[in-house]
Ligand binder design. Structure first.
Ligand code: HMG
Ligand code: MG
Length: 298
């Protein structure tokens, strides 16, 4: 009943690094992305074109995106909040643009400085212009399973934002458990509603592992036929100011589980591990994925 094949979308260079205290040198980011390109991954989110005052860790977006060695068969994507960000992404000639907003009002304001209603036209312009430029567009919804400011999020809010984003013309929607509060039952409840409206091929899951439920949530999603998962190598990220808060679901933990279940992803663990040790060295602390820790100990 599980999909036989899954696409792993590596978001470490964006979602991981945006939350690390250490600023990784531009040349190291580029070298790391080039290594990731040799692991069998077919999708890498390489940076974000947001205001560098908000996310200084990725202030070198244009340089990174312009200087990586693009390998054939890999989609290189960048996060974009508005027209100005799109200009950067197009100048760097990324393959795919990812727009984002929250399912909760307060998080949306804190993250992108606009109400949800004010955000729709801004994103629509990005989607339309990106499509005109021949790019595919991914949409993210944050706080799908809970908001750090408002707590529980109504599923109607998630449906409303999903419908708006698909109407704008996004090709795929990624459902974000931004603060890692989701559980498998909730995941299946949300997916049951969304799958009534959108095909499973257009839905991706984006779990953070803050409370250790990410892999359980992946399994719950696999059971519903979902076959696209976002993850970050080594579990990179997390908030340096919130003790115990970890980052995205780790790509290596995800791959370990999928490999063991006989679900193919095309990603090679050995090459992936090399890339993990490279970035661990640059970050200057041991990354906290489970798989990597078994290797770190030995
Ligand atoms: P704002 O201050 O409202 O923007 O920020 P503004 O339009 O009023 O412009 C103010 C200044 O920002 C101007 O510069 C603009 O040029 C500049 P000034 O005249 O003051 O020198 N500016 C920009 N600069 C560079 N790139 C741009 C850009 N746009 C305006 N694209 C804005 C609005 C959205 C820009 C800001 O709030 C922002 O950058 N937010 C970034 C938030 C962010 O990156 N959050 C993390 C990513 S989302 C996430 O992690 C969740 C996800 O992983 C899924 C999940 O886990 O749920 C995707
Ligand atoms: Mg995220």
């Amino acid at each position: 009943k599980w999909p036989e094949q899954v696409t792993i979308k590596e978001v470490g260079p964006r979602d991981g690094l945006q939350n690390e205290k250490t600023f990784i040198k531009t040349e190291d980011k580029i070298a790391w992305i080039n290594q990731l390109s040799k692991t069998g991954l077919s999708y890498i989110e390489i940076t974000s074109f947001v205001n560098p005052k908000w996310i200084p860790q990725l202030a070198d977006a244009l340089e990174v995106a312009s200087n990586i060695e693009k390998a054939p068969g890999i989609t290189y994507a960048a996060l974009v909040p508005n027209r100005k960000g799109l200009e950067g992404a197009l100048a760097a000639n990324v393959d795919e643009v990812a727009v984002f907003m929250s399912a909760s009002e307060t998080h949306n304001r804190k993250n992108i400085n606009k109400s949800m209603d004010e955000t729709f036209p801004v994103l629509k312009e990005v989607v339309v212009e990106a499509k005109k430029a021949g790019k595919t567009v991914r949409g993210y919804i944050s706080t799908v399973f809970g908001c750090p400011y408002e707590g529980p999020v109504q599923i109607e809010q998630v449906i409303k934002v999903s419908e708006n984003l698909f109407e704008m013309g996004i090709d795929e929607l990624s459902l974000g458990d931004t603060i890692g509060v989701a559980n498998p039952r909730q995941v299946q409840e949300v997916l049951t509603e969304l799958l009534k409206r959108f095909p499973k091929e257009k839905l991706a899951m984006h779990f953070h592992n803050t409370r250790g439920t990410a892999l359980a949530n992946v399994l719950a999603s696999l059971e519903m036929g979902i076959a696209i998962f976002d993850s970050s190598l080594g579990g990179l990220g997390g908030c340096p100011y919130a003790p115990g808060a970890s980052g995205n679901l780790a790509t290596d933990d995800l791959l370990y589980m999928l490999d063991g279940m006989g679900i193919s992803s095309g990603v090679q663990m050995e090459e992936l591990t090399k890339a993990a040790f490279f970035i661990q060295d640059k970050i200057g602390r041991k990354l906290n994925s489970h798989y990597l820790q078994t290797l770190n100990k030995s």
